[in-house]
Design a protein around this ligand. Structure first.
Ligand SMILES: [Zn+2]
Length: 426
C-alpha cells in the first residue's frame, strides 16, 4: 500500500471558503445547486477519483422575496420559511394570539382560539406538528420568534420545510421567522398585525455527487457530507465544512491504494428531509450490501468547539473509533443522532457521525451568520486527521464487518419513518 498524503486543514479551508463564500447560500434546487454540483465534480475528478458523476433527483424548493410584518406604523423584516404561504400584495391582517411556552402542547380546545388569528410563537419546540396543528386551526399567519437574542431570524433545525406534507400549497399560511429583539417588541405591543409574504414554490432538481477510490477489496466505506444549506444561510459550518473534509479526505486517499474501496458521496437536499441520502439508497438498493460502513461529516470546523461522534452500530465499532482517535478525547455516543448517516443506518449500514461544533453552531446554524469567519482550518484538520487515522486503521484489518444492534436499529427506523410519513408526498 502506498503512503497517503496528510490531510491539510488549509486546503480543506479553501474548499470551505469556496462553498460558503464564493458560491454562498446553497438552497436545494436553486441555481447555486448546479454551480456546487459542477464544482464538486471538477474537484473529485482533479483528485483522480474514478467514476465521478452526479445523480439528479426531483425536489421542491422555493424563492422568497418579501417577509414583512406591519404593526401600526412600524415594519419588521423577517424571513419566510422554505415552503410557506404567500399573501396578496396588501397582505393578511388579523388579531394576534400569543403562544409562549417551553414546548408546543395545546389541547384541541385551546387550538380553536387560533383560528383566523395571526399567531406569534415563542417556543423552543417548533416542529412540523406545530405547523400542522395551526394550519388545521385555520390561522391567518404564523410568526416564529427566534429563541436567542443577538442573532438573525433563525429557521429552527430540520423544520425549514415544515409545511412539506401539506399537499395544497395554496392553503399554506405565511410563516415568518423574526429576530428575538423584534419578536420581543411584537409580543409586548401587538394586538393587530399585517403580514406580507412573497414566496414562490417550484419543482426543481438536486444532485448527489459521487466518486470512488477503488481498493484492493470490493467492500466499501462510504464517506458522506451534505453540501446544501438552509435558506438565507451560507452554511459554512453546516455543512460547507463537512463537504470540505469529505473532499480533502478524497484528495489524500486518492494518492493511495486502500484495502477497502472508498466511495465519496456529497449529498444534496439534506436540509429538506434527508432527501439526497434517501435517493442514493433507493437508487442503489441492489448494491447497498457492498457498503460496510458510513462515515458522515455534518456541522464541522467551529473555531471553538469539540468533537462529538454518534455511532449507529455495535459497541465494537465505537471502541474501534475510540481506539483510533482516543488521543483527541471526543465525546462519543451510541445513538441514532445526526443527519444523512441515519438514512444509511436505516438501510442497514453501520454509521459514524462526526460533528465538530460548539455553542456558536447551535446559535448560528440555519442563519445568515453561519459564515466562513466562524470556521478554523485547525478544526477541519482535527477531524480530518482523526478520520484519516481511523480509516488507515480499518485498512489494516482483514474484515470490515460491524452490525447494528436491534434496539438501535428500531429506534433509528422509527425516527426515519416519522420523517418519511410527515413528508409523505416526497
Ligand atoms: Zn447539516
Amino acid at each position: 500500500m502506498k503512503e497517503t498524503q496528510k490531510f491539510s486543514g488549509d486546503t480543506a479551508f479553501e474548499v470551505c471558503r469556496h462553498l460558503a463564500q464564493s458560491i454562498g447560500v446553497r438552497v436545494q434546487g436553486l441555481e447555486s445547486t448546479v454551480t456546487t454540483k459542477d464544482y464538486l465534480c471538477t474537484q473529485l475528478s482533479q483528485y483522480g477519483l474514478e467514476n465521478v458523476h452526479a445523480e439528479a433527483f426531483p425536489v421542491l424548493t422555493s424563492r422568497q422575496k418579501k417577509a414583512q410584518i406591519i404593526a401600526g406604523t412600524r415594519t419588521f423584516e423577517g424571513l419566510s420559511f422554505g415552503l410557506s404561504g404567500s399573501t396578496e400584495s396588501e397582505g393578511v391582517s388579523g388579531p394576534v394570539v400569543k403562544y409562549t411556552s417551553w414546548s408546543w402542547n395545546p389541547t384541541p380546545d385551546n387550538l380553536s382560539r387560533f383560528s383566523d388569528k395571526i399567531v406569534i410563537l415563542y417556543t423552543r419546540d417548533f416542529s412540523q406538528q406545530v405547523v400542522q396543528d395551526l394550519i388545521q386551526a385555520g390561522v391567518q399567519g404564523i410568526i416564529y420568534v427566534t429563541y436567542h437574542p443577538g442573532i438573525p431570524p433563525k429557521l429552527p433545525m430540520g423544520f425549514i420545510y415544515s409545511a412539506l406534507n401539506t399537499g395544497d400549497f395554496d392553503l399554506l399560511p405565511p410563516i415568518i421567522s423574526v429576530s428575538y429583539q423584534d419578536g420581543a417588541k411584537l409580543l409586548a405591543n401587538a394586538r393587530e398585525l399585517t403580514i406580507l409574504a412573497d414566496v414562490t414554490i417550484l419543482q426543481s432538481e438536486s444532485f448527489n455527487v459521487i466518486g470512488e477510490i477503488p481498493g484492493l477489496e470490493p467492500d466499501v466505506i462510504l464517506f458522506s457530507a451534505h453540501y446544501d444549506s438552509a435558506p438565507y444561510s451560507p452554511g459554512a459550518a453546516d455543512n460547507a465544512a463537512g463537504t470540505a473534509i469529505l473532499l480533502e479526505l478524497a484528495r489524500v486517499f486518492a494518492a493511495s491504494t486502500p484495502r477497502w474501496t472508498l466511495r465519496f458521496v456529497a449529498c444534496g437536499s439534506e436540509e429538506c428531509a434527508l432527501q439526497g441520502a434517501r435517493h442514493y439508497c433507493q437508487t442503489h438498493s441492489t448494491s447497498l450490501d457492498e457498503i460496510k460502513l458510513n462515515l458522515n461529516f455534518d456541522v464541522q470546523g467551529a473555531r471553538i468547539g469539540n468533537l462529538a461522534l454518534g455511532v449507529i452500530g455495535e459497541k465494537r465499532l465505537l471502541t474501534r473509533v475510540n481506539q483510533a482517535i482516543h488521543q483527541w478525547n471526543p465525546e462519543m455516543r451510541l445513538a441514532p443522532t445526526g443527519g444523512d448517516n441515519r438514512i444509511f443506518a436505516y438501510y442497514g449500514i453501520p454509521a459514524v457521525h462526526w460533528w465538530f461544533g460548539g455553542g456558536v453552531n447551535f446559535l448560528l446554524n440555519h442563519t445568515p451568520h453561519d459564515r466562513i469567519d466562524n470556521i478554523a482550518p485547525q478544526s477541519l484538520e482535527f477531524v480530518g486527521r482523526a478520520s484519516e487515522v481511523f480509516v488507515n486503521e480499518l485498512n489494516q484489518q482483514r474484515t470490515l464487518r460491524f452490525s447494528i444492534p436491534q434496539s438501535q436499529h428500531k429506534k433509528n427506523t422509527q425516527s426515519i419513518e416519522s420523517i418519511m410519513m410527515e413528508n409523505n408526498h416526497l
